[in-house]
Write a protein that binds this ligand. Sequence first.
Ligand SMILES: Nc1nc2c(ncn2[C@@H]2O[C@H](COP(=O)(O)OP(=O)(O)OP(=O)(O)O)[C@@H](O)[C@H]2O)c(=O)[nH]1
Ligand SMILES: [Mg+2]
Length: 203
Amino acid sequence: MGQLFSVFWNLWFPNKEYKIVMVGLDNAGKTTTLYRLHLGQAVSTNPTLGSNVEQVTYKNLKFEVWDLGGQANMRPSWVQYYKHTDAIIMVIDSTDRARISVVKNELASLLSHDHLKGAAILVMANKQDLKDAMPPAELSEALALPAIRSHDWHIQSSCALSGQGLSDGLEWISQHVRGGPASSTTPAQKITSPQTITQQPAS
Ligand SMILES: Nc1nc2c(ncn2[C@@H]2O[C@H](COP(=O)(O)OP(=O)(O)OP(=O)(O)O)[C@@H](O)[C@H]2O)c(=O)[nH]1
Ligand SMILES: [Mg+2]
């Protein structure tokens, strides 16, 4: 049924491309995530100066995925990419306990931005392959995600090196942009598994 729907969707909107902007602190794993999605393999990265952009196709949906540099002096420029954004992916180094409050501030700042009013927020709890990684539930609490009422959000555990969790994250975004089950039938807060937590904005 889902497959049939996506065939029709593609016929109706053959060239529709959704915009995803990937943000997060330096060293979080954004560029690794982008190229894992685009090429299907891990690449060696350097700190991003400016941005990278690639097209990613997932289940007949086309996404233009922007990967922005996360160093402190580059974060003020993130806003320049926000216009017409369908979804934000905030990538987090789940072992970086020392900077979780910085992540929380950056999240608050993007949630209040006018151009991101209708954007879905996918939080990637990345580097889950590392022993001291905070699990999604701990990150969710540290970032006060359950208090977010303004946006549809979801937290997903991932390992950008292996690709674990990336398709699940794109699946959630796909459902959001299609206005499918994720945004019409999910209860106010739902913990679908220890790896993933979803919440809809209050109506
Ligand atoms: N163990 C582990 N390492 C990862 C993972 N994802 C990324 N890395 C590593 O983390 C480092 C930083 O990754 P990048 O993708 O360059 O980080 P970034 O968020 O793009 O950083 P900036 O461009 O500086 O903003 C690299 O050495 C990656 O190989 C992961 O899931 N697990
Ligand atoms: Mg980068």
